[in-house]
Design a protein around this ligand. Structure first.
Ligand code: 8U8
Length: 602
Protein backbone atom coordinates (compact mmCIF):
# COMPACT_ATOMS: atom_id res chain seq x y z
CA UNK A 1 0.00 0.00 0.00
CA UNK A 2 1.34 3.45 -0.83
CA UNK A 3 1.93 5.82 2.05
CA UNK A 4 1.75 9.61 2.16
CA UNK A 5 3.09 12.09 4.69
CA UNK A 6 0.77 15.08 4.98
CA UNK A 7 1.43 18.17 7.06
CA UNK A 8 -1.13 20.76 8.08
CA UNK A 9 0.49 23.79 9.65
CA UNK A 10 -2.03 26.10 11.30
CA UNK A 11 0.44 28.98 11.25
CA UNK A 12 0.53 28.94 7.44
CA UNK A 13 -2.59 30.78 6.35
CA UNK A 14 -3.61 30.71 2.70
CA UNK A 15 -6.30 33.39 2.98
CA UNK A 16 -10.07 33.24 2.80
CA UNK A 17 -11.97 30.23 1.55
CA UNK A 18 -15.23 31.20 -0.10
CA UNK A 19 -17.59 28.25 -0.36
CA UNK A 20 -18.02 28.87 -4.07
CA UNK A 21 -19.34 25.34 -4.79
CA UNK A 22 -22.64 25.60 -2.88
CA UNK A 23 -24.91 25.38 -5.91
CA UNK A 24 -26.94 22.91 -7.94
CA UNK A 25 -29.40 23.09 -10.82
CA UNK A 26 -32.08 21.28 -12.79
CA UNK A 27 -34.67 21.63 -15.50
CA UNK A 28 -37.58 22.18 -16.09
CA UNK A 29 -38.93 24.74 -13.62
CA UNK A 30 -42.35 23.05 -13.56
CA UNK A 31 -40.81 20.41 -11.26
CA UNK A 32 -40.94 23.03 -8.53
CA UNK A 33 -44.69 22.43 -8.38
CA UNK A 34 -44.36 18.66 -7.76
CA UNK A 35 -44.30 16.91 -4.38
CA UNK A 36 -41.08 15.05 -5.21
CA UNK A 37 -39.22 18.29 -5.87
CA UNK A 38 -40.72 19.81 -2.73
CA UNK A 39 -39.07 17.07 -0.68
CA UNK A 40 -35.79 17.39 -2.62
CA UNK A 41 -35.73 21.15 -2.06
CA UNK A 42 -36.35 20.72 1.67
CA UNK A 43 -33.41 18.30 1.79
CA UNK A 44 -31.18 20.60 -0.30
CA UNK A 45 -31.94 23.49 2.04
CA UNK A 46 -31.13 21.38 5.09
CA UNK A 47 -27.36 21.10 4.71
CA UNK A 48 -25.40 22.73 7.52
CA UNK A 49 -24.57 26.40 6.97
CA UNK A 50 -26.16 26.56 3.52
CA UNK A 51 -24.08 23.72 2.02
CA UNK A 52 -26.33 24.22 -0.99
CA UNK A 53 -27.35 27.88 -1.33
CA UNK A 54 -28.17 28.38 -5.02
CA UNK A 55 -30.42 26.47 -7.37
CA UNK A 56 -30.07 27.21 -11.08
CA UNK A 57 -33.27 26.29 -12.92
CA UNK A 58 -34.06 26.49 -16.64
CA UNK A 59 -37.37 27.90 -17.93
CA UNK A 60 -38.47 29.66 -14.74
CA UNK A 61 -40.37 32.16 -16.90
CA UNK A 62 -42.47 29.32 -18.32
CA UNK A 63 -44.19 29.41 -14.93
CA UNK A 64 -45.56 32.85 -15.80
CA UNK A 65 -48.81 33.17 -17.78
CA UNK A 66 -50.13 36.11 -19.77
CA UNK A 67 -53.51 37.26 -18.51
CA UNK A 68 -54.19 40.32 -20.63
CA UNK A 69 -52.80 43.68 -21.63
CA UNK A 70 -51.30 46.22 -19.32
CA UNK A 71 -52.58 49.80 -19.60
CA UNK A 72 -52.11 51.97 -22.69
CA UNK A 73 -48.77 50.53 -23.72
CA UNK A 74 -50.29 47.23 -24.75
CA UNK A 75 -47.59 45.09 -23.14
CA UNK A 76 -48.82 41.88 -21.53
CA UNK A 77 -49.96 41.74 -17.95
CA UNK A 78 -48.85 38.58 -16.17
CA UNK A 79 -50.16 35.93 -13.83
CA UNK A 80 -47.26 35.14 -11.52
CA UNK A 81 -49.02 32.51 -9.36
CA UNK A 82 -46.97 29.46 -10.34
CA UNK A 83 -43.65 31.31 -10.24
CA UNK A 84 -44.58 32.66 -6.79
CA UNK A 85 -45.23 29.10 -5.63
CA UNK A 86 -41.91 27.83 -7.02
CA UNK A 87 -39.82 30.68 -5.63
CA UNK A 88 -41.60 30.51 -2.25
CA UNK A 89 -40.51 26.89 -1.98
CA UNK A 90 -36.88 27.90 -2.52
CA UNK A 91 -36.90 30.96 -0.29
CA UNK A 92 -38.81 29.22 2.55
CA UNK A 93 -36.08 26.61 2.59
CA UNK A 94 -33.20 29.08 2.69
CA UNK A 95 -32.30 28.59 -0.98
CA UNK A 96 -31.78 31.28 -3.60
CA UNK A 97 -32.43 31.07 -7.31
CA UNK A 98 -29.56 31.46 -9.72
CA UNK A 99 -32.19 33.08 -11.90
CA UNK A 100 -31.87 32.47 -15.62
CA UNK A 101 -34.08 34.98 -17.46
CA UNK A 102 -35.34 32.12 -19.59
CA UNK A 103 -38.74 30.94 -20.72
CA UNK A 104 -41.65 32.28 -22.68
CA UNK A 105 -44.66 33.53 -20.67
CA UNK A 106 -47.83 32.43 -22.46
CA UNK A 107 -45.73 31.88 -25.64
CA UNK A 108 -45.96 35.64 -26.15
CA UNK A 109 -42.42 36.17 -27.49
CA UNK A 110 -41.93 34.97 -31.05
CA UNK A 111 -38.51 36.55 -31.68
CA UNK A 112 -36.07 39.08 -30.25
CA UNK A 113 -35.88 41.43 -33.19
CA UNK A 114 -38.20 44.41 -33.33
CA UNK A 115 -37.83 47.21 -30.80
CA UNK A 116 -41.37 46.64 -29.54
CA UNK A 117 -40.62 42.98 -28.74
CA UNK A 118 -37.44 43.95 -26.97
CA UNK A 119 -39.22 46.60 -24.93
CA UNK A 120 -41.86 44.04 -23.99
CA UNK A 121 -39.09 41.71 -22.74
CA UNK A 122 -37.47 44.59 -20.88
CA UNK A 123 -40.81 45.28 -19.17
CA UNK A 124 -41.18 41.62 -18.23
CA UNK A 125 -37.78 41.72 -16.52
CA UNK A 126 -38.51 44.99 -14.72
CA UNK A 127 -41.86 43.75 -13.44
CA UNK A 128 -40.35 40.47 -12.34
CA UNK A 129 -37.67 42.19 -10.28
CA UNK A 130 -40.07 44.67 -8.73
CA UNK A 131 -42.51 41.91 -7.84
CA UNK A 132 -39.95 39.73 -6.05
CA UNK A 133 -38.25 42.68 -4.36
CA UNK A 134 -41.67 43.43 -2.82
CA UNK A 135 -42.40 39.79 -2.01
CA UNK A 136 -39.09 38.85 -0.40
CA UNK A 137 -37.43 42.19 0.32
CA UNK A 138 -34.67 43.96 -1.58
CA UNK A 139 -31.86 42.42 0.46
CA UNK A 140 -33.05 38.95 -0.41
CA UNK A 141 -33.09 39.47 -4.17
CA UNK A 142 -29.84 41.41 -4.10
CA UNK A 143 -28.30 38.16 -2.80
CA UNK A 144 -29.51 36.21 -5.89
CA UNK A 145 -27.72 35.86 -9.19
CA UNK A 146 -29.44 36.62 -12.48
CA UNK A 147 -28.20 35.10 -15.71
CA UNK A 148 -29.02 35.07 -19.41
CA UNK A 149 -30.90 32.25 -21.17
CA UNK A 150 -29.26 28.84 -20.76
CA UNK A 151 -26.84 27.68 -23.47
CA UNK A 152 -27.72 30.09 -26.28
CA UNK A 153 -25.20 28.24 -28.47
CA UNK A 154 -27.40 25.12 -28.49
CA UNK A 155 -30.30 25.42 -30.92
CA UNK A 156 -32.55 23.26 -28.78
CA UNK A 157 -32.42 25.97 -26.08
CA UNK A 158 -32.05 29.12 -28.21
CA UNK A 159 -33.57 28.76 -31.68
CA UNK A 160 -33.23 32.46 -32.62
CA UNK A 161 -29.64 33.24 -33.73
CA UNK A 162 -26.73 35.17 -32.28
CA UNK A 163 -27.81 38.71 -33.05
CA UNK A 164 -31.11 38.13 -31.34
CA UNK A 165 -29.28 36.85 -28.29
CA UNK A 166 -27.34 40.11 -28.10
CA UNK A 167 -30.60 42.07 -28.46
CA UNK A 168 -32.11 39.93 -25.74
CA UNK A 169 -29.11 40.66 -23.48
CA UNK A 170 -29.52 44.42 -23.93
CA UNK A 171 -33.24 44.16 -23.14
CA UNK A 172 -32.51 42.14 -19.96
CA UNK A 173 -29.94 44.68 -18.80
CA UNK A 174 -32.31 47.59 -19.36
CA UNK A 175 -35.13 45.85 -17.47
CA UNK A 176 -32.81 45.20 -14.53
CA UNK A 177 -31.53 48.78 -14.59
CA UNK A 178 -35.05 50.22 -14.66
CA UNK A 179 -35.97 48.15 -11.62
CA UNK A 180 -33.67 50.49 -9.69
CA UNK A 181 -31.84 47.61 -7.99
CA UNK A 182 -28.21 46.84 -8.60
CA UNK A 183 -28.63 43.11 -9.18
CA UNK A 184 -25.90 40.69 -10.20
CA UNK A 185 -26.46 39.70 -13.84
CA UNK A 186 -24.17 37.79 -16.17
CA UNK A 187 -23.90 35.24 -18.94
CA UNK A 188 -23.75 33.84 -21.56
CA UNK A 189 -23.90 30.35 -19.93
CA UNK A 190 -22.72 28.76 -23.18
CA UNK A 191 -22.19 25.00 -23.66
CA UNK A 192 -19.44 24.90 -26.28
CA UNK A 193 -15.88 26.07 -25.66
CA UNK A 194 -15.24 29.40 -27.43
CA UNK A 195 -18.36 29.03 -29.57
CA UNK A 196 -19.36 31.78 -31.98
CA UNK A 197 -22.11 32.77 -29.56
CA UNK A 198 -19.64 33.06 -26.68
CA UNK A 199 -17.21 35.14 -28.74
CA UNK A 200 -19.95 37.36 -30.15
CA UNK A 201 -21.27 37.99 -26.64
CA UNK A 202 -17.80 38.94 -25.40
CA UNK A 203 -17.21 41.19 -28.41
CA UNK A 204 -20.63 42.80 -27.94
CA UNK A 205 -19.81 43.59 -24.29
CA UNK A 206 -16.31 44.77 -25.15
CA UNK A 207 -17.08 47.06 -28.07
CA UNK A 208 -20.70 46.69 -29.18
CA UNK A 209 -23.49 49.26 -29.27
CA UNK A 210 -26.48 48.80 -27.01
CA UNK A 211 -29.49 47.98 -29.17
CA UNK A 212 -31.99 49.83 -26.99
CA UNK A 213 -30.01 52.62 -25.34
CA UNK A 214 -27.40 53.30 -28.01
CA UNK A 215 -23.83 53.85 -26.76
CA UNK A 216 -21.63 51.23 -25.07
CA UNK A 217 -23.21 48.01 -23.86
CA UNK A 218 -23.67 47.67 -20.08
CA UNK A 219 -21.18 45.18 -18.73
CA UNK A 220 -22.29 41.91 -17.17
CA UNK A 221 -21.26 41.26 -13.56
CA UNK A 222 -19.72 37.90 -14.46
CA UNK A 223 -18.95 35.67 -17.41
CA UNK A 224 -20.39 32.16 -17.20
CA UNK A 225 -19.81 29.04 -19.27
CA UNK A 226 -20.40 25.31 -19.00
CA UNK A 227 -17.47 22.92 -19.13
CA UNK A 228 -17.95 19.27 -18.29
CA UNK A 229 -15.58 16.31 -17.97
CA UNK A 230 -16.69 14.34 -21.01
CA UNK A 231 -19.42 14.27 -23.67
CA UNK A 232 -22.79 12.60 -23.30
CA UNK A 233 -22.63 8.91 -24.15
CA UNK A 234 -24.45 5.75 -23.10
CA UNK A 235 -21.14 4.27 -21.94
CA UNK A 236 -19.24 5.32 -18.83
CA UNK A 237 -16.59 7.39 -20.59
CA UNK A 238 -13.70 8.50 -18.41
CA UNK A 239 -14.06 12.16 -17.54
CA UNK A 240 -11.03 14.38 -17.97
CA UNK A 241 -11.37 16.48 -14.83
CA UNK A 242 -8.31 18.64 -15.31
CA UNK A 243 -9.49 19.38 -18.87
CA UNK A 244 -12.42 21.28 -17.32
CA UNK A 245 -10.08 23.91 -15.85
CA UNK A 246 -7.98 23.99 -19.03
CA UNK A 247 -11.00 24.78 -21.20
CA UNK A 248 -12.24 27.33 -18.69
CA UNK A 249 -8.87 29.03 -18.99
CA UNK A 250 -9.35 29.26 -22.77
CA UNK A 251 -12.58 31.19 -22.13
CA UNK A 252 -10.96 33.33 -19.44
CA UNK A 253 -8.01 34.18 -21.69
CA UNK A 254 -10.39 35.11 -24.48
CA UNK A 255 -12.41 37.67 -22.57
CA UNK A 256 -9.56 39.01 -20.46
CA UNK A 257 -7.87 40.17 -23.66
CA UNK A 258 -10.61 42.82 -23.88
CA UNK A 259 -9.65 45.64 -21.55
CA UNK A 260 -13.25 46.44 -20.55
CA UNK A 261 -13.76 42.87 -19.35
CA UNK A 262 -10.46 42.08 -17.62
CA UNK A 263 -11.84 42.37 -14.12
CA UNK A 264 -14.99 40.32 -14.59
CA UNK A 265 -15.30 37.22 -12.41
CA UNK A 266 -15.76 33.82 -14.02
CA UNK A 267 -18.32 31.11 -13.29
CA UNK A 268 -18.79 27.54 -14.51
CA UNK A 269 -22.38 26.87 -13.59
CA UNK A 270 -22.59 23.39 -15.09
CA UNK A 271 -19.36 21.76 -14.03
CA UNK A 272 -20.38 18.11 -14.30
CA UNK A 273 -18.17 15.04 -14.81
CA UNK A 274 -20.24 13.91 -17.83
CA UNK A 275 -22.83 15.61 -20.04
CA UNK A 276 -26.27 13.96 -20.18
CA UNK A 277 -27.96 14.02 -16.78
CA UNK A 278 -30.71 11.67 -17.87
CA UNK A 279 -28.53 8.77 -19.02
CA UNK A 280 -27.95 5.98 -16.54
CA UNK A 281 -24.37 5.85 -15.27
CA UNK A 282 -24.37 3.81 -12.11
CA UNK A 283 -21.19 5.54 -10.89
CA UNK A 284 -23.44 8.45 -10.02
CA UNK A 285 -24.81 6.35 -7.15
CA UNK A 286 -21.35 5.47 -5.89
CA UNK A 287 -18.64 7.10 -3.75
CA UNK A 288 -16.78 7.65 -7.06
CA UNK A 289 -19.05 10.59 -7.89
CA UNK A 290 -18.62 12.13 -4.42
CA UNK A 291 -14.83 11.89 -4.75
CA UNK A 292 -14.78 13.46 -8.18
CA UNK A 293 -16.92 16.42 -7.08
CA UNK A 294 -14.48 17.11 -4.22
CA UNK A 295 -11.52 16.79 -6.59
CA UNK A 296 -12.93 19.13 -9.24
CA UNK A 297 -13.58 21.77 -6.57
CA UNK A 298 -10.01 21.47 -5.32
CA UNK A 299 -8.67 21.67 -8.89
CA UNK A 300 -10.54 24.96 -9.27
CA UNK A 301 -9.26 26.22 -5.96
CA UNK A 302 -5.63 25.59 -6.87
CA UNK A 303 -5.74 25.94 -10.63
CA UNK A 304 -8.01 28.92 -11.21
CA UNK A 305 -8.95 30.70 -7.96
CA UNK A 306 -5.36 31.34 -7.03
CA UNK A 307 -4.58 32.85 -10.43
CA UNK A 308 -7.77 34.88 -10.51
CA UNK A 309 -7.29 36.36 -7.02
CA UNK A 310 -10.25 34.44 -5.68
CA UNK A 311 -12.60 35.84 -8.34
CA UNK A 312 -14.58 32.66 -8.94
CA UNK A 313 -17.92 33.24 -7.26
CA UNK A 314 -19.80 30.07 -8.23
CA UNK A 315 -19.11 26.56 -9.41
CA UNK A 316 -22.33 24.62 -9.86
CA UNK A 317 -22.86 20.94 -10.38
CA UNK A 318 -26.02 20.57 -12.42
CA UNK A 319 -27.25 17.70 -10.30
CA UNK A 320 -30.50 18.88 -8.77
CA UNK A 321 -32.62 16.69 -11.10
CA UNK A 322 -34.98 13.93 -10.00
CA UNK A 323 -34.25 10.38 -11.08
CA UNK A 324 -32.85 7.03 -10.13
CA UNK A 325 -29.45 5.78 -8.97
CA UNK A 326 -27.67 6.36 -12.27
CA UNK A 327 -29.12 9.79 -13.10
CA UNK A 328 -27.27 12.96 -12.22
CA UNK A 329 -29.13 13.69 -8.97
CA UNK A 330 -28.52 14.22 -5.25
CA UNK A 331 -31.18 11.66 -4.41
CA UNK A 332 -32.38 8.34 -5.71
CA UNK A 333 -36.09 8.23 -6.25
CA UNK A 334 -37.80 4.92 -5.62
CA UNK A 335 -41.33 4.22 -6.76
CA UNK A 336 -42.82 3.01 -10.05
CA UNK A 337 -44.35 5.61 -12.36
CA UNK A 338 -47.96 4.64 -11.49
CA UNK A 339 -47.15 5.13 -7.82
CA UNK A 340 -45.44 8.44 -8.41
CA UNK A 341 -48.50 9.67 -10.23
CA UNK A 342 -50.36 9.11 -6.97
CA UNK A 343 -47.71 11.05 -5.06
CA UNK A 344 -46.05 7.89 -3.70
CA UNK A 345 -42.24 7.88 -3.80
CA UNK A 346 -39.18 7.76 -1.56
CA UNK A 347 -35.96 9.77 -1.85
CA UNK A 348 -32.60 8.46 -0.65
CA UNK A 349 -29.46 10.53 -0.22
CA UNK A 350 -26.57 9.54 -2.48
CA UNK A 351 -22.88 9.89 -1.56
CA UNK A 352 -22.69 12.98 -3.80
CA UNK A 353 -25.25 14.67 -1.53
CA UNK A 354 -23.24 13.70 1.53
CA UNK A 355 -20.03 15.15 0.08
CA UNK A 356 -21.78 18.53 -0.09
CA UNK A 357 -22.39 18.17 3.66
CA UNK A 358 -18.71 17.44 4.25
CA UNK A 359 -17.65 20.43 2.15
CA UNK A 360 -20.00 22.67 4.12
CA UNK A 361 -18.14 21.78 7.32
CA UNK A 362 -14.97 23.43 6.04
CA UNK A 363 -14.31 26.81 7.65
CA UNK A 364 -13.58 30.16 6.06
CA UNK A 365 -9.80 30.55 6.59
CA UNK A 366 -7.67 28.28 4.47
CA UNK A 367 -4.46 26.78 5.82
CA UNK A 368 -1.70 25.06 3.95
CA UNK A 369 -1.67 21.31 3.41
CA UNK A 370 1.72 20.00 2.26
CA UNK A 371 2.55 16.66 0.70
CA UNK A 372 -0.34 16.29 -1.73
CA UNK A 373 0.93 17.84 -4.97
CA UNK A 374 -1.06 19.23 -7.88
CA UNK A 375 -4.73 18.12 -7.77
CA UNK A 376 -4.82 18.11 -11.58
CA UNK A 377 -2.20 15.35 -11.58
CA UNK A 378 -2.85 13.44 -8.37
CA UNK A 379 -5.73 11.32 -7.16
CA UNK A 380 -5.19 12.28 -3.57
CA UNK A 381 -6.00 15.79 -2.50
CA UNK A 382 -7.25 17.88 0.36
CA UNK A 383 -8.48 21.24 1.59
CA UNK A 384 -7.84 22.47 5.14
CA UNK A 385 -9.23 25.36 7.12
CA UNK A 386 -8.60 26.58 10.63
CA UNK A 387 -9.35 29.30 13.13
CA UNK A 388 -8.98 29.50 16.91
CA UNK A 389 -12.03 27.29 17.51
CA UNK A 390 -11.89 24.59 14.88
CA UNK A 391 -9.78 22.95 12.23
CA UNK A 392 -11.27 21.03 9.32
CA UNK A 393 -9.48 18.83 6.84
CA UNK A 394 -11.24 17.32 3.83
CA UNK A 395 -9.34 14.57 2.03
CA UNK A 396 -10.37 12.65 -1.06
CA UNK A 397 -8.89 9.79 -3.01
CA UNK A 398 -10.35 9.99 -6.50
CA UNK A 399 -9.21 8.80 -9.90
CA UNK A 400 -10.78 9.96 -13.17
CA UNK A 401 -10.81 6.28 -14.16
CA UNK A 402 -14.13 4.85 -13.10
CA UNK A 403 -12.95 1.36 -12.25
CA UNK A 404 -9.89 2.21 -10.28
CA UNK A 405 -9.60 1.03 -6.71
CA UNK A 406 -6.82 1.10 -4.17
CA UNK A 407 -5.85 2.33 -0.77
CA UNK A 408 -3.43 4.91 0.52
CA UNK A 409 -2.13 5.08 4.04
CA UNK A 410 -2.08 8.68 5.22
CA UNK A 411 0.23 9.83 7.99
CA UNK A 412 -1.06 13.23 9.05
CA UNK A 413 0.74 15.69 11.24
CA UNK A 414 -0.90 18.86 12.44
CA UNK A 415 1.30 21.68 13.73
CA UNK A 416 0.42 24.69 15.83
CA UNK A 417 -3.09 23.61 16.76
CA UNK A 418 -4.63 26.53 18.65
CA UNK A 419 -6.20 24.54 21.49
CA UNK A 420 -5.26 22.62 24.64
CA UNK A 421 -7.84 19.88 24.14
CA UNK A 422 -10.07 19.06 21.23
CA UNK A 423 -12.80 16.77 20.00
CA UNK A 424 -11.81 14.85 16.87
CA UNK A 425 -14.75 13.83 14.70
CA UNK A 426 -14.17 11.87 11.54
CA UNK A 427 -16.79 11.45 8.79
CA UNK A 428 -16.46 9.14 5.80
CA UNK A 429 -17.82 8.35 2.37
CA UNK A 430 -16.62 5.10 0.77
CA UNK A 431 -17.51 1.56 -0.17
CA UNK A 432 -18.17 0.67 3.46
CA UNK A 433 -19.94 3.80 4.69
CA UNK A 434 -22.63 6.31 3.64
CA UNK A 435 -23.45 4.01 0.72
CA UNK A 436 -27.11 2.94 0.39
CA UNK A 437 -26.77 1.62 -3.20
CA UNK A 438 -24.69 -1.33 -2.07
CA UNK A 439 -27.29 -2.39 0.52
CA UNK A 440 -30.16 -1.97 -1.94
CA UNK A 441 -28.26 -4.07 -4.49
CA UNK A 442 -27.45 -6.77 -1.92
CA UNK A 443 -31.13 -6.97 -1.09
CA UNK A 444 -31.89 -7.83 -4.73
CA UNK A 445 -32.54 -4.28 -6.01
CA UNK A 446 -36.16 -4.19 -4.76
CA UNK A 447 -38.39 -1.70 -6.53
CA UNK A 448 -40.52 -1.60 -3.42
CA UNK A 449 -38.47 -2.60 -0.37
CA UNK A 450 -40.19 -4.38 2.50
CA UNK A 451 -40.31 -2.47 5.80
CA UNK A 452 -37.29 -4.38 7.18
CA UNK A 453 -35.30 -3.94 3.94
CA UNK A 454 -36.17 -0.28 4.01
CA UNK A 455 -34.79 0.13 7.51
CA UNK A 456 -31.45 -1.32 6.35
CA UNK A 457 -31.29 0.86 3.23
CA UNK A 458 -32.24 4.01 5.11
CA UNK A 459 -29.69 3.40 7.84
CA UNK A 460 -26.94 3.45 5.18
CA UNK A 461 -28.05 6.67 3.48
CA UNK A 462 -26.87 9.44 5.80
CA UNK A 463 -23.36 10.57 6.43
CA UNK A 464 -21.37 8.18 8.63
CA UNK A 465 -19.56 9.45 11.73
CA UNK A 466 -16.63 7.02 11.84
CA UNK A 467 -15.21 8.09 15.18
CA UNK A 468 -15.51 10.79 17.79
CA UNK A 469 -12.83 11.07 20.49
CA UNK A 470 -11.22 13.62 22.77
CA UNK A 471 -7.54 14.43 22.16
CA UNK A 472 -4.74 16.51 23.64
CA UNK A 473 -2.09 18.00 21.33
CA UNK A 474 1.61 17.49 22.05
CA UNK A 475 4.34 20.10 22.12
CA UNK A 476 3.74 23.24 20.02
CA UNK A 477 0.23 22.13 19.26
CA UNK A 478 1.31 19.07 17.33
CA UNK A 479 -0.88 16.07 16.71
CA UNK A 480 -0.40 13.04 14.45
CA UNK A 481 -2.64 10.33 13.21
CA UNK A 482 -2.65 7.68 10.50
CA UNK A 483 -5.45 6.00 8.64
CA UNK A 484 -6.17 4.32 5.34
CA UNK A 485 -8.17 6.24 2.75
CA UNK A 486 -9.72 3.97 0.12
CA UNK A 487 -10.06 5.02 -3.51
CA UNK A 488 -12.69 6.16 -4.14
CA UNK A 489 -13.26 7.76 -0.77
CA UNK A 490 -13.70 11.05 1.06
CA UNK A 491 -12.94 11.83 4.68
CA UNK A 492 -13.53 14.90 6.79
CA UNK A 493 -11.67 15.42 10.05
CA UNK A 494 -13.07 18.07 12.32
CA UNK A 495 -11.02 19.19 15.31
CA UNK A 496 -13.13 21.32 17.65
CA UNK A 497 -11.33 23.10 20.50
CA UNK A 498 -12.62 22.26 23.97
CA UNK A 499 -10.98 25.23 25.74
CA UNK A 500 -12.90 28.03 27.38
CA UNK A 501 -16.49 28.32 28.49
CA UNK A 502 -19.26 26.39 26.88
CA UNK A 503 -21.83 28.88 25.82
CA UNK A 504 -25.34 27.48 25.78
CA UNK A 505 -26.81 26.55 22.42
CA UNK A 506 -30.00 28.42 21.52
CA UNK A 507 -31.18 25.40 19.57
CA UNK A 508 -33.45 24.76 16.60
CA UNK A 509 -36.65 26.59 15.81
CA UNK A 510 -39.42 26.71 13.18
CA UNK A 511 -40.05 22.96 13.20
CA UNK A 512 -42.42 21.96 10.39
CA UNK A 513 -43.93 18.65 9.34
CA UNK A 514 -44.77 17.52 5.80
CA UNK A 515 -46.77 14.35 5.08
CA UNK A 516 -45.87 11.98 2.23
CA UNK A 517 -47.49 8.59 1.76
CA UNK A 518 -44.22 6.89 0.66
CA UNK A 519 -44.12 3.46 -1.03
CA UNK A 520 -43.36 1.12 1.86
CA UNK A 521 -46.16 -1.22 2.85
CA UNK A 522 -47.90 -0.27 6.09
CA UNK A 523 -45.67 2.79 6.45
CA UNK A 524 -46.00 6.52 5.87
CA UNK A 525 -43.38 9.26 5.77
CA UNK A 526 -43.35 12.37 7.87
CA UNK A 527 -40.66 14.82 6.82
CA UNK A 528 -39.62 17.13 9.64
CA UNK A 529 -37.58 20.22 8.86
CA UNK A 530 -36.34 23.04 11.08
CA UNK A 531 -33.96 25.98 11.23
CA UNK A 532 -30.76 25.33 13.13
CA UNK A 533 -29.98 28.05 15.67
CA UNK A 534 -29.07 31.65 14.98
CA UNK A 535 -26.22 32.95 12.81
CA UNK A 536 -23.18 30.69 12.95
CA UNK A 537 -24.47 28.50 15.75
CA UNK A 538 -24.68 25.59 13.32
CA UNK A 539 -20.88 25.38 13.44
CA UNK A 540 -21.05 24.31 17.07
CA UNK A 541 -23.72 21.67 16.43
CA UNK A 542 -22.44 18.11 16.29
CA UNK A 543 -25.85 16.65 15.51
CA UNK A 544 -29.58 17.04 15.94
CA UNK A 545 -31.78 14.76 17.93
CA UNK A 546 -35.35 14.22 16.73
CA UNK A 547 -37.71 13.28 19.56
CA UNK A 548 -41.21 11.81 19.31
CA UNK A 549 -43.94 10.96 21.76
CA UNK A 550 -47.58 9.91 21.58
CA UNK A 551 -48.43 12.57 24.19
CA UNK A 552 -47.27 16.15 24.54
CA UNK A 553 -46.46 15.30 28.19
CA UNK A 554 -43.93 12.73 26.99
CA UNK A 555 -42.00 10.59 27.50
CA UNK A 556 -40.13 11.62 24.33
CA UNK A 557 -37.97 9.07 22.57
CA UNK A 558 -35.13 9.79 20.13
CA UNK A 559 -36.06 8.47 16.67
CA UNK A 560 -32.98 9.17 14.54
CA UNK A 561 -30.36 6.44 14.89
CA UNK A 562 -27.38 8.09 13.24
CA UNK A 563 -26.08 11.52 14.27
CA UNK A 564 -27.88 13.94 12.00
CA UNK A 565 -26.05 17.00 10.66
CA UNK A 566 -28.77 18.33 8.40
CA UNK A 567 -31.93 20.11 9.49
CA UNK A 568 -34.42 17.66 7.95
CA UNK A 569 -35.38 14.12 8.81
CA UNK A 570 -37.92 11.65 7.44
CA UNK A 571 -39.72 9.61 10.06
CA UNK A 572 -40.85 6.43 8.31
CA UNK A 573 -43.60 5.42 10.72
CA UNK A 574 -46.33 2.78 10.83
CA UNK A 575 -49.25 4.02 8.71
CA UNK A 576 -51.94 5.57 10.85
CA UNK A 577 -49.70 5.88 13.91
CA UNK A 578 -50.07 9.66 13.99
CA UNK A 579 -50.62 12.19 15.18
CA UNK A 580 -47.42 12.14 17.22
CA UNK A 581 -45.69 14.96 19.02
CA UNK A 582 -42.26 15.93 17.71
CA UNK A 583 -39.43 18.10 19.03
CA UNK A 584 -35.84 18.61 17.95
CA UNK A 585 -32.78 19.64 19.91
CA UNK A 586 -29.15 20.28 19.04
CA UNK A 587 -26.22 18.46 20.58
CA UNK A 588 -23.04 20.54 20.66
CA UNK A 589 -19.64 19.14 19.75
CA UNK A 590 -18.68 19.68 23.40
CA UNK A 591 -21.55 17.58 24.72
CA UNK A 592 -23.87 20.55 25.34
CA UNK A 593 -27.59 20.08 24.75
CA UNK A 594 -29.80 22.88 23.51
CA UNK A 595 -33.35 23.27 24.74
CA UNK A 596 -35.74 21.52 22.37
CA UNK A 597 -37.79 23.61 19.97
CA UNK A 598 -41.51 24.11 20.23
CA UNK A 599 -43.27 20.84 19.53
CA UNK A 600 -45.26 20.02 16.42
CA UNK A 601 -48.15 17.60 16.35
CA UNK A 602 -48.42 15.67 13.09
C1 8U8 B 1 -22.21 19.80 -25.87
C2 8U8 B 1 -23.68 19.76 -26.08
C3 8U8 B 1 -24.22 19.50 -27.31
C4 8U8 B 1 -25.62 19.46 -27.46
O1 8U8 B 1 -26.12 19.25 -28.54
O2 8U8 B 1 -26.44 19.68 -26.39
C5 8U8 B 1 -25.95 19.95 -25.20
C6 8U8 B 1 -26.86 20.19 -24.19
C7 8U8 B 1 -24.57 20.00 -24.97
C8 8U8 B 1 -24.13 20.28 -23.68
C9 8U8 B 1 -25.06 20.51 -22.69
C10 8U8 B 1 -26.42 20.46 -22.93
O3 8U8 B 1 -27.38 20.73 -21.98
C11 8U8 B 1 -27.00 21.07 -20.68
O4 8U8 B 1 -26.39 19.96 -20.08
C12 8U8 B 1 -27.33 19.01 -19.62
C13 8U8 B 1 -26.70 17.68 -19.28
O5 8U8 B 1 -27.52 16.78 -19.11
O6 8U8 B 1 -25.47 17.56 -19.15
C14 8U8 B 1 -28.06 19.56 -18.41
O7 8U8 B 1 -27.29 19.34 -17.24
C15 8U8 B 1 -28.29 21.04 -18.54
O8 8U8 B 1 -29.44 21.40 -17.85
C16 8U8 B 1 -28.21 21.60 -19.92
O9 8U8 B 1 -28.12 23.00 -19.82
Amino acid sequence: MTEKEIRIDLSESEGKLDHFWESTGFTPASWLLEKEMEQAIIYLGSLPGGGISFVRIHYLLDLVDVKGEDGDEGFPSYDWGKLDQGLDLLVDNGLRPFFELMGNPGDFFQDFQGERNLLAWKELVRKLVNRYARRYGEDEILSWYFETWNEPDIEHFWPYGIEEFLNYYDACVLGLEESGLDLRFGGPGTALTLSDTFKSFIDHCAQGTDRLKGGPVSLPDFISVHEKGVKSHPEDLKPDTSGICEREKDALDYYKRHSRLTDLPFINDECDPQTGWGRIHTWRALPYYAGIVAKVINQHLRGIMEEENGQYPVLSNDNGFLGSWGNRTHFTRLGAEEEREKGRFELLKKPVHNVMTLLSLLGEERVKVSGLGDPCERDLGGIATGDDKRVALLLYNSSDKINCSGKTKLNLSFEDLPFERFQLDSYGIGEDCSFPFRIWEELGAPERPSPSQWERIRSAEGLTLLSSTEKVPGEKGSFSLSFVLPRPGVRLLLLSGLDGDREPLAGPHKLEAHHYPGIIEDREDLLLSWTGGEGKEWRRVGSYEVLASSSSQGPYKRINEKPLLSTAYVHSRPAGSGPLHYKVRALGRHGEKSPSCEEVEA
